[in-house]
Design a binder for this molecule. Structure first.
Ligand SMILES: NC(=O)c1ccc[n+]([C@@H]2O[C@H](COP(=O)([O-])OP(=O)(O)OC[C@H]3O[C@@H](n4cnc5c(N)ncnc54)[C@H](OP(=O)(O)O)[C@@H]3O)[C@@H](O)[C@H]2O)c1
Length: 380
């Protein structure tokens, strides 16, 4: 098969910021272009709905206002953007943006090159956007081939969260840190990080916000779990940071006081370990990398941690770009080998493209609750 012969139309999900103040999420047919020599056509069978996808999918819209847009030509759900936040969508007005960072499926057609032809019939995982569609064209070189017998479900989430967990450990090693601290730690990514740090011998302080989440993490072997809903949170966090020596944190929450509280507790941990007094604080650099926006509010902190500290953003893509292709290849091979243990993802339900325009489901997805990740199969 030298080019696609599967029919010329894919069903695809788009998110459009309209000038009437709504974000519209629609399922629309799109022509499938003939394949170039180095391309393959994937029937997408599994794609996670991750918090990072929701940033584009729902944007700053009020998901509680979601409703079906019955007069629309295609299945469409709309939700209102609060007027105070309308500037946040100004740059995307009128553009039907494809959604879905990663996913997996079966290669059903291939371009003429040997590399593309070799993938015919294989289950592959890929990333790079526009995965929420029944059929997606990808370059053969961007496809990760799953071992024989592995399912698309096993390949759905092999990029975003696993590589970010590995990037956290890589950042620790590069920076000469000895231990990590992580927030929203009962997330899928957080559970991967618990297992990865155990395998790599990296002490890890996990911050969660409920007793159930603490129990979940202890159940998979976490040694240091601190619950921010408890009255002794700051004391317990300081103890755990002193015990592990963690001065590098990755914060998925972003908004609110937690990033500053972590820096405060890191400084207190250094003092507790006997750092000499100085009005400038200890000489130990303390670093929080904000890598998510689970709380979209402002990041607030009072500087009670001396002057050796930093708060930065962190994104997987630039981190990967700082590595050699061989290093990225080794990370990917490690992820595939450990797809069913360290990097296993957990899904609460399998859904279809039609489900993605159901208001009740949008509200459930947008809650981003522990153990409530949805797996989309756009081909059903
Ligand atoms: N920067 C990057 O390159 C990058 C790459 C990958 C992932 N990420 C980020 O990694 C994070 C985890 O992703 P995931 O797919 O593993 O998530 P997930 O499995 O969907 O879990 C989300 C977790 O966040 C918690 N949560 C939600 N809202 C919260 C809030 N306001 N405050 C505290 N906790 C909150 C939930 O706990 P409750 O049940 O208590 O709500 C849940 O445990 C996301 O923020 C994502 O954007 C970033």
């Amino acid at each position: 098969m030298a080019s696609n012969d599967v029919g010329s139309v894919a069903q695809a999900l788009f998110s459009t910021a309209r000038d009437d103040g709504a974000i519209a999420i629609s399922i629309e047919p799109r022509d499938i272009a003939p394949l170039a020599a180095d391309e393959v056509l994937i029937r997408v069978e599994a794609a996670p709905v991750n918090p990072s996808d929701m940033g584009l999918l729902y944007g700053v819209a009020d998901v509680a206002s979601a409703r079906v847009d019955a007069p629309a030509a295609h299945p469409t759900m709309v939700m209102d953007v609060p007027p105070a936040l309308s500037r946040a969508v100004a740059g995307r007005l009128g553009q039907a943006l494809p959604v879905g960072n990663e996913g997996a499926g079966t290669v059903i057609a291939a371009g003429a090159s040997d590399e593309a032809q070799a993938l015919l019939g294989k289950i592959v995982a890929t990333f790079g956007g526009a995965m929420y569609r029944s059929h997606r064209t990808a370059r053969a070189v961007d496809c990760l081939v799953l071992p024989d017998g592995a399912s698309a479900r096993e390949g759905a989430s092999l990029t975003v969260n696993p590589l970010t967990a590995m990037a956290m450990v890589g950042t620790l090693r590069r920076g000469g840190y000895s231990a990590l601290c992580h927030t929203a730690a009962a997330s899928n990514l957080g559970q991967m990080l618990v297992k990865l740090c155990a395998a790599e011998g990296v002490p890890l302080v996990n911050i969660v916000r409920s007793a159930e989440q603490a129990a979940l993490l202890r159940g998979i072997g976490a040694q240091h779990v601190v619950d921010s809903s408890q009255a002794d949170f700051m004391a317990a966090l300081t103890d755990a940071l002193a015990e592990t020596g963690a001065t590098l944190a990755f914060d998925a929450i972003g908004g609110g006081a937690l990033a500053g509280q972590i820096l405060t507790a890191m400084e207190a941990a250094q003092v507790k370990k006997g750092a000499p007094f100085s009005i400038y604080g200890t000489n130990v650099h303390k670093q929080v990398n904000i890598y998510g926006a689970l709380d979209m509010g402002p990041t607030t902190f009072s500087r009670s941690f001396g002057l050796q500290w930093g708060i930065s953003g962190f994104l997987l893509t630039p981190y990967l770009m700082s590595l050699t292709p061989q290093e990225v290849g080794e990370m990917r091979a490690f992820v595939i080998a450990h797809r069913n243990d360290i990097f296993a993802s957990h899904y609460s339900a399998d859904i279809s493209l039609a489900d993605m325009v159901r208001p009740d489901l949008a509200q459930a997805i947008a809650a981003k609750a522990t153990g409530k990740k949805y797996l989309l199969n756009p081909s059903i």
